[in-house]
Ligand binder design. Structure first.
Ligand code: ATP
Length: 303
């Protein structure tokens, strides 16, 4: 079975529904309250585990009930939690989300322990780096930790996949360490400084990422699927047509499933198709980790 090392964030999403957002200084009575496990690292780890990956997760939670619950949840998904560290002083990461009557949201993230995942923490997980088939990371933990992970992967000759979300500018030295980068349209534009205006924007933006030293590029395109480009070829994979209910974590589910498909040795096209199927199922369901499909559901479609 393919072994995936996911490094990244774990958050608890706390959602309150309310007719309207409060004004500064105002208190209003809201509606229902929901709590969901989230954080891009955790979401991608769960997605990878559900489609058949043997998953090691490196993350950091706080010494509180949210951290304990998160770790229990990972273990329940069959994820190896030996490298999920607990910071004795910091709080676990939380996202405070308010959703108004129009379905718009306002989100404040308190990264807590996620911001304290250090390069030294990664060195505690040497065995996980050595035994993995592929490493998958995002940008909700410190950039110096991302860079350290990418350097370790390069030194060991392991594929390193970066999902560059949330969008931010990255240091030039990171790109040549990446086997694959998987931005969405917003992230791709920010990373390259190019716009989506005009003919051929997709290949122009992908080419700009390749020029920075990345080996392979996949740009996710929401309902339009995903676009692949490397030095040898380029193509677009269409997304299955579904009725979207909640697009939260579509990208995370795509990346988790993609990691497993690639680690299994699937070629680019079938691997991206597998990931598109997983992403499409995720948007038909509510929540982040809760929406990630299981392998059996994908087998009905693509295998
Ligand atoms: P999010 O921020 O919502 O997690 P994202 O912006 O990172 O998502 P998207 O490009 O929106 O990433 O979606 C990732 C993948 O999920 C797409 O490449 C596609 O395969 C699938 N997907 C997303 N939205 C839809 C949709 N409406 N219908 C079918 N598939 C979808």
């Amino acid at each position: 079975m393919p072994r995936i090392l996911v490094i990244g964030s774990s958050n608890t999403d706390m959602v309150v529904k309310t007719a309207r957002f409060p004004q500064p200084g105002e208190t209003i009575i809201g509606g229902d309250f929901f709590m969901f496990p989230g954080g891009k690292g955790a979401n991608q780890a769960v997605a990878a585990a559900r489609v058949g990956g043997v998953v090691d997760l490196i993350a950091k939670v706080g010494n509180d009930v949210f951290g304990t619950q998160a770790v229990e949840g990972f273990a329940h998904e069959g994820i190896n939690v030996a490298y999920v560290l607990t910071d004795p002083k910091l709080a676990s990461g939380v996202a405070l989300i308010t959703v108004n009557g129009e379905g718009e949201n306002e989100i404040v993230v308190a990264p807590g322990a996620n911001a304290a995942l250090t390069p030294a923490d990664l060195d505690l997980a040497e065995a996980a780096f050595e035994s993995t088939d592929l490493i998958l990371m995002q940008l909700e933990t410190p950039l110096e930790t991302v860079l350290h992970a990418a350097k370790k992967a390069k030194a060991l000759g392991k594929p390193f996949v970066l999902n560059p979300a949330p969008a931010q500018v990255l240091p030039a030295e990171l790109f040549p360490l990446l086997s694959l980068i998987t931005p969405n349209e917003t992230e791709a534009a920010l990373l390259t400084g190019l716009s989506w205006e005009g003919e051929g924007a997709l290949s122009r933006i992908a080419e700009a990422l390749l020029q920075k030293g990345v080996e392979n590029v996949i740009i996710t395109l929401g309902a339009k699927g995903a676009y692949f480009q490397n030095a040898d070829s380029y193509f677009q994979v269409a997304a299955p047509v579904v009725t979207a209910v909640d697009t939260t974590a579509a990208g995370d589910v795509f990346n988790g499933a993609l990691a497993v498909a690639l680690a299994e040795g699937k070629d680019w096209q079938p691997a991206i198709d597998f990931a598109c199927q997983a992403g499409a199922i995720a948007v038909t369901r509510m929540g982040a980790q809760t929406s990630a499909p299981y392998r059996e559901e994908l087998m009905l479609r693509v295998e």
